[in-house]
Design a protein around this ligand. Structure first.
Ligand SMILES: *Cc1c(COP(=O)(O)O)cnc(C)c1O
Length: 220
């Protein structure tokens, strides 16, 4: 006991005002989530639908659940209504499915567009070249609120990370000129345990930290 609190204390003092901390609790048991919860954390990130749903059902109801993983369209139904923010919206077919289910349930779903800024084929996220068309497509989907962008960056050194973070910030600012009632650039989610300070320097206002809080991931 106490390690999670110590880690959180150390991270919290490094976060400027206006930066939201998402505690990425994937693979971690409810007890670990609760320890962070007792420290005042309310935003948690999960990357598997099944895990998020189970935690949603068994943990305090004032937790804001962020879905941050690759999302299969056939799992959307289980997820809708349980997330505070879906951070991994990256394709039209997924947006369609989210919109369809949200419409049936008569609710609005808040989401970030996940951008694969390094254009890595093996990772999820939309490429920059496809972004404008995707945003145009989203205009017709009346049950999705776009709140900003989530960045996935290639593994690299600090200089390379900063280059990608900088580019993300530029895109984020450019898209502000395209805002409409269901499309706003409020959240720029970028930075993880190893690179969040650089991400913040380059304009991130939401960081997603897993191992830095909870230690090494458990094996599923
Ligand atoms: C696992 C994960 C994180 C957290 O990574 P750490 O290196 O453990 O901080 C952040 N974002 C996404 C999308 C993840 O899948």
């Amino acid at each position: 006991m106490g390690i999670i609190k110590n880690n959180l204390d150390e991270i919290k003092i490094t976060l400027p005002e206006g930066v939201t901390l998402i505690a990425v609790s994937k693979t971690k048991p409810n007890e670990a989530v609760l320890e962070a919860y007792e420290c005042g954390i309310r935003d948690f990130g999960e990357n598997k639908v099944q895990d998020l749903v189970l935690k949603y059902e068994t943990l305090p109801k004032d937790i804001r659940w962020h879905f941050i993983g690759a999302l299969q369209t056939n799992k959307v139904r289980k997820l809708i209504g349980k997330t505070f923010l879906i951070q991994s919206l990256d394709r039209a077919s997924l947006a369609d499915e989210i919109n369809k289910i949200a419409s049936k349930k008569n609710l609005m779903v808040d989401a970030l567009i996940e951008v694969n800024i390094g254009e890595e084929e093996n990772k999820s996220g939309i490429f920059l070249k496809d972004l404008a068309e995707f945003i145009e497509y989203l205009k017709d989907l009346e049950h999705i609120n776009i709140k900003g962008l989530m960045a996935i960056i290639p593994q690299g050194d600090d200089a390379q990370n900063k280059k990608y973070f900088k580019r993300m910030k530029e895109v984020f600012m450019e898209l502000k000129s395209k805002e409409y009632d269901r499309f706003h650039m409020e959240i720029l989610s970028m930075g993880m345990s190893m690179d969040y300070l650089s991400a913040i320097e380059e304009g991130s206002n939401m960081v997603r930290i897993g191992t830095g809080i909870f230690g090494n991931r458990n094996i599923r």
